[in-house]
Write a protein that binds this ligand. Structure first.
Ligand code: BMA
Length: 338
């Protein structure tokens, strides 16, 4: 990639995010001009971090009570996909509960577990919301909330099957809760665009709007799906999302970024033509599903614009990448193909 960015040259977008001085951080390696760079100690979570796990990846973390908490996708050694809570002092070294999260709801139709995977965690108003891909006669968007990562109250599924990659916005927009999602099929979906939906109550979702579709002959030519919770900036909502290319050897999952309109987030202001991070290291190219990087969370320091992006690697382990919000926005403006 061209050396278009140094840490000094970008313009400043105001962040609506609180300072997070304890965000994990490592400076860009000397001689590297990429917009995002990998943590030198990747992967941060091995596949066997709990006794029963086959793999731990595609997971979400958030600041919590002066430290960090998260919801982790752990596939066990029967290859059942489930979500587990975890805690960390530094957001790098994680203690993951070996037992899956048990949800509460008086209606067993809501809490039945078929499979649960690819969680996201979003603080809105007064609690943490968790969304994930929930098996209910096919994949759909499961939802729950928690205050303490001990008790989780499950809500109704947001949509009918089939749907994946449900990602909430961190505040109401035009008075409504807002979510991105990706209608899909019951298998390894060979298509998929990102849509925007809104809700007055976290139960009834509607007023669906198309946000963006695939781009032919590119890293995002087969399907795309929202990744971490969108980051609010004075320039709009910064969205990282995964994109899939179908090669003669199967799917290749990379990730890139877009900037969505501040007040009408279904309108794309800028969209990066190149990917930001593609499977290139051994732990991204080799694993249970080769050639996958799949981001589900980003920490942001509102004071400095530092970013720490958590992503699943080859459906096996979890990695961390760093960047700066302003640099990503400048790169988007210089490399956009809306
Ligand atoms: C998608 C999801 C992700 C996974 C990816 C690559 O459909 O199932 O959890 O990382 O496929 O296998």
């Amino acid at each position: 990639m061209d050396a278009i960015i140094t840490d000094q040259t970008y313009t400043t977008a105001t962040l609506a995010t609180a300072p997070l001085p304890s965000i994990p951080w490592e400076e860009r390696p000397a001689g590297n001009s990429d917009v995002l760079w990998r943590y030198s100690a990747n992967p941060i979570i091995p596949r066997d971090a709990i006794p029963t796990s086959n793999s731990i990846f595609n997971s979400a973390v958030t600041p919590f009570q002066g430290a960090y908490a998260g919801v982790f996708r752990c596939d066990d050694q029967t290859r059942h996909m489930n979500i587990h809570r975890g805690f960390s002092a530094d957001a790098i070294s994680w203690q993951i509960d070996p037992a899956p999260i048990q949800m509460r709801n008086d209606d067993p139709e809501v809490t039945g577990v078929v499979h649960r995977y690819d969680p996201r965690v979003c603080w809105i108003e007064d609690r943490y919301y968790v969304t994930w891909c929930n098996g209910y006669h096919g994949p759909t968007i499961g939802m729950a909330y928690t205050s303490d990562f001990q008790q989780f109250h499950q809500l109704e599924n947001a949509f009918l099957p089939f749907n994946r990659n449900g990602v909430l916005f961190p505040r109401r927009i035009n008075g409504k809760y807002a979510m991105l999602s990706r209608p899909s099929d019951n298998g390894h979906t060979p298509f998929g665009d990102i849509f925007y939906s809104e809700s007055p109550d976290m139960m009834h979702w509607g007023r669906h709007r198309h946000v963006m579709g695939v781009k032919a002959w590119s890293w995002q030519s087969t399907k795309i799906g929202a990744g971490p919770i969108p980051i609010e900036t004075s320039e709009g909502w910064l969205l990282f999302y995964h994109g899939v290319l179908t090669s003669c050897n199967g799917f290749v999952y990379s990730f890139g970024a877009a900037l969505l309109d501040h007040d009408e987030p279904w309108k794309v202001r800028y969209r990066g033509a190149p990917y930001l991070l593609a499977p290139q290291t051994l732990y991204e190219c080799v694993g249970d599903v080769p050639n996958v990087v799949f981001p589900c969370a980003a920490l942001v320091d509102g004071a400095t614009g530092r970013l720490a992006i958590y992503y699943g690697c080859a459906d096996t382990v979890t990695g961390l990448a760093f960047g700066r919000v302003d640099a990503v926005i400048d790169w988007l403006k210089a490399n956009s193909v809306v």
